[in-house]
Design a protein around this ligand. Structure first.
Ligand SMILES: CC(=O)SCCNC(=O)CCNC(=O)[C@H](O)C(C)(C)COP(=O)(O)OP(=O)(O)OC[C@H]1O[C@@H](n2cnc3c(N)ncnc32)[C@H](O)[C@@H]1OP(=O)(O)O
Ligand SMILES: O=C([O-])CC(=O)C(=O)O
Length: 370
């Protein structure tokens, strides 16, 4: 038995949800480029869950269901008010989502119908939790969702209390489409491993959120913005990036386990970053990002991943830096739940082996002789 570090190249599941073949990403066979240009996030959620694009009636029903379930139990909001004001945003989300299970009477009902209903509740309540977290720590009361036709619009409204503008809604909606699913990434794998024990969907999503939080995965978008802010000015880029590369430190937002010739989502986010920079009149973060890309790709051959340009996109939308990864979770909830439903439908416990490399033939030594 020989281990493969990080399970690189190991095919660990069959799935019909998304694929990465020759650098092309598809959701249910639809190219991400096509979906990014034309589909709304709600259409993508339907596609991931049901394997087909919705009819107008099916889409309207999904939007109505999402709106109907978007209110979070009062007890969860009450608990959130007791979180430390400087709580880590992903830790807060993980804790709040875990506690949703306590107030859902069908949390442990394993029927496919109940699991789909819980997927709808999670998809609509995670944005409410993220927006409530932002308001509570700002000393404001959480706001109930307004019943907009898009989750992006509801979320922006619930976070700011203002009517969101069209540009912001469209940009966030596209970002949600781009982040929705990604084959067997670490957080989706964590979700599948968790529910393959036949535990409940809330446990699976709680595992996934904890996994997405790390800077090698979803946490990288926040780390990219922290790096841009630390660099501060265009002139500082060269010395900063050169020093990092010389020290063999990672530049956040670059590299990928699967894509070696570039992440197909990054070009969409780069374009959005450019357009939003022009609209807001602040091209600084975009220009800095382009320069960093030139250096990292030029010197290391590493290409930007989905997290790199999403940092400047979210900053242009005036979203606080530590909400970038929670917003990733809002989107990826659709993929996580699709994978959980797929896992339940044809389940087998996920239990690989480890290659043992520790000492052998040890003999117990009584404590007074050690
Ligand atoms: C949504 C997402 O999860 S997308 C990924 C988000 N994560 C990041 O952006 C964090 C920065 N990137 C990375 O840490 C990695 O590229 C990962 C985690 C994405 C992929 O990791 P792996 O497939 O395990 O690649 P690994 O870390 O082994 O890197 C291979 C080589 O490239 C180098 N490398 C990889 N990424 C980077 C980077 N961002 N900056 C500098 N060097 C890098 C490594 O140092 C390593 O060099 P070596 O062979 O000289 O030791
Ligand atoms: O697939 C991965 O390893 C990480 C990633 O890009 C994602 O989850 O979107």
């Amino acid at each position: 038995m020989t281990a493969t570090k990080g399970l690189e190249g190991i095919v660990a599941a069959q799935s019909s949800i998304s694929s990465i073949i020759d650098g092309v990403l598809t959701y249910r066979g639809y190219d991400i480029d096509d979906l990014a240009e034309h589909a709304s996030f709600e259409e993508v959620v339907y596609l991931l869950w049901h394997g087909k694009l919705p009819t107008k009636a099916e889409l309207d029903q999904l939007i109505a269901d999402l709106n109907a379930h978007a209110n979070v139990p009062a007890a969860v909001i009450y608990q959130m008010k007791t979180y430390p004001k400087d709580a880590n945003s992903m830790a807060a989300l993980r804790t709040a989502v875990s506690s949703l299970a306590l107030y859902d009477e069908e949390a442990n009902d394993m029927s496919p119908e109940a699991n789909l209903r819980k997927a709808i509740k999670l998809q609509s309540q995670i944005p409410t939790i993220v927006a409530a977290f932002q308001r509570i720590r700002s000393g404001l009361e959480p706001i109930a969702p307004k019943g907009f036709k898009s989750l992006a619009a509801n979320f922006l409204y619930q976070m700011t209390g203002k009517e969101p503008d069209k540009v912001a809604i469209e940009a966030l909606d596209k970002a949600l489409v781009l982040h929705a699913d990604h084959e067997l990434n670490a957080s989706t794998f964590a979700a599948r491993v968790t529910v393959a024990t036949l535990t409940d969907i809330y446990s699976g999503i709680t595992s996934a959120i904890g996994t997405l939080k790390g800077p090698l995965h979803g946490g990288a978008n926040e780390a990219v913005m922290a790096m841009l802010e630390e660099i501060g000015t265009y002139e500082n880029i060269e010395p900063y990036i050169n020093a990092k590369l010389e020290k063999k430190e990672k530049v956040m937002g670059f590299g990928h386990r699967v894509y070696k010739n570039g992440d197909p989502r990054a070009k969409h986010l780069q374009k959005m970053s450019h357009e939003l920079g022009k609209i807001t009149g602040n091209m600084n973060w975009y220009n800095m990002s382009i320069k960093i890309e030139e250096m990292v790709t030029g010197q290391k051959g590493l290409k930007p991943n989905v997290d790199f340009y999403s940092a400047s996109v979210y900053t242009s939308l005036e979203i606080p830096r530590d909400l970038f990864t929670p917003i990733f979770a809002i989107s990826r909830c659709s993929g996580w739940t699709a994978h959980i439903l797929e896992q339940y439908a044809d389940n087998r416990l996920i239990r690989p082996r480890a290659e043992y490399v520790g000492p052998t033939n040890q003999k117990y030594v009584p404590i007074e002789q050690r």
